[in-house]
Design a protein. Sequence first.
Length: 159
Amino acid sequence: MKYLTHIFIITLLLLLLSACAPVDYSQPAVFPEPKPDKALIYFYRTPGFIGSTYRFKLSENNKIVGAMAQNSYFYLFTTAGEHTYSVADRHLEKGESITMTVQAGQTYYVKVDVEYEVMGGKPVFSIVDKTEAMKLLPSRIYVVPSKRGSSNYNVHAEQ
């Protein structure tokens, strides 16, 4: 029984580490204002022990638009209309996603919690209002996809 426990723990650690997306923590914190012709969306992770080592990339139409890590945030400008953002994680059979309709000149906030699952964490997205977002967003660390392993490095630099 002892050996089975060790094998399980090692397997779980390997899965968690292999599912991690590399992120760049070296960018300065940025909180831009919305643009009249684009919607601004902030994605931020909540603190907590569950899923704390789980990092992942977020994509739209198979294009990486950001990275999520524990206690982090990123933002993006996008066109008005309906958009679906999905977890870009090859280890999830069905990636988690959120679909939202946005308007130009408006700011949106998406809170990302991570729920515990037997084989790691599962991101859960929810749209929140500015008041709720501002309780945590200013204290999050701004992250972008790491240059290592990403052809879309620092996709948020364009303002």
